[in-house]
Design a protein around this ligand. Structure first.
Ligand code: NAP
Length: 286
């Protein structure tokens, strides 16, 4: 049964624009109910012009914490009191914790991805990985993979963004293990043929364009594990092609659940009910 909201209820939520289709309210409210916590999670549609006021509002309204989503993840950094090393390296924050008016920023996308990958039966350590994309999620993913001991080729449509990502993260992480290539190139094809893990961090294949695929099916092979970060649809064209090539794969639901679980653990100090969060994520319209 739903708990009544009272003056004692701890308020969390998500700041995004738009935020109407977010699955996070369903996921977090299901978790709070399961844990018997007097918490609520509310979607806040924050226009970019109002981001600074909204962040001050976290203190003014004594919110316990919020998730930050598109398009605010980068710009919010300068508005916080403290930012984790990881989030600073990635240049993006997706979780804010309010401790008596002091706002701390974290990025749970990378650790959420690694937990989902491991749960799907693929250990990232010492893998040869190709990451498709050079946006926010790719940066978090590459950071987490390098910390796990992998070497990474970043293949992006806009080659200059792959170069920028590789140079900045090689320098920030003190490594040379990140290499840029253009998505539509012989180098990208060779890298995928030699890889044991492929991670799609592009939006290619996502609703409402489920017939698109970021790389040709011919590049896929049975020694590859394909992790597609997209969760709508649950089986993208890339995952279908991977299955046809004999490769194992996983969709983005596990990452969505684990990045949320880590946020919840930061806010409440309690272990997240991952299975309940997964069921809520799968049941939610998004
Ligand atoms: P982003 O910063 O906007 O980056 C988008 C990336 O997709 C860029 O590298 C872009 O390449 C590439 N791209 C877009 N359209 C393309 C096209 N037609 N052909 C080739 N490349 C194209 O987005 P993001 O935040 O990193 O998110 C990327 C994807 O990950 C989204 O599908 C998102 O839903 C998913 N995601 C999932 C989770 C999860 O929890 N499962 C978490 C975060 C993100 P250019 O640089 O050339 O524009």
């Amino acid at each position: 049964m739903d708990r009544a909201v009272t003056g004692a209820t701890c308020v969390t939520g998500v700041f995004g624009y738009p935020v109407q289709h977010s699955r996070s309210p369903a996921v977090h409210n299901a978790a709070f109910r399961a844990l018997g916590l007097d918490y609520i999670y509310v979607p806040f549609n924050v226009h970019p012009d109002n981001l600074e006021a909204a962040v001050h509002g976290i203190r003014a309204l004594a919110l316990v914490g919020v998730n930050i989503t598109i398009p605010h993840k980068e710009r919010v950094i300068e508005l916080l009191d403290w930012v984790s090393d990881d989030a600073r390296r990635i240049g993006s924050v997706n979780t804010i914790h309010n401790s008596e008016g002091v706002l701390s920023g974290y990025s749970t996308d990378g650790p959420g991805f690694i937990r989902a990958l491991e749960e799907a039966g693929k250990s990232p350590g010492a893998s040869r990985v190709v990451v498709l994309g050079a946006g926010g999620s790719a940066r978090a993913t590459v950071c987490a993979l390098i910390a796990s001991g992998a070497s990474v080729t970043v293949a992006n449509r806009t080659y200059s963004r792959a170069v920028e990502l590789s140079e900045s993260l090689n320098s920030a992480l003190g490594t040379g293990a990140i290499k840029p290539v253009a998505l539509d190139s012989a180098e990208a094809r060779r890298a995928v043929l030699e890889a044991d893990l492929l991670v799609n961090c592009t939006s290619v294949g996502m609703h409402p364009h489920p017939d698109a695929q970021p790389i040709p099916s011919e590049w896929l092979h049975a020694d590859l594990f394909v992790f597609d970060q997209i969760y709508n649809p649950l089986e993208t064209r890339l995952l279908k092609a991977a299955r046809a090539a004999g490769a194992r794969g996983a969709n983005g639901i596990g990452m969505l659940v684990f990045q949320g679980a880590i946020s919840l653990e930061i806010w409440t100090g309690q272990a997240a009910p991952v299975e309940i969060m997964r069921q809520a994520a799968l049941a939610a319209e998004g």
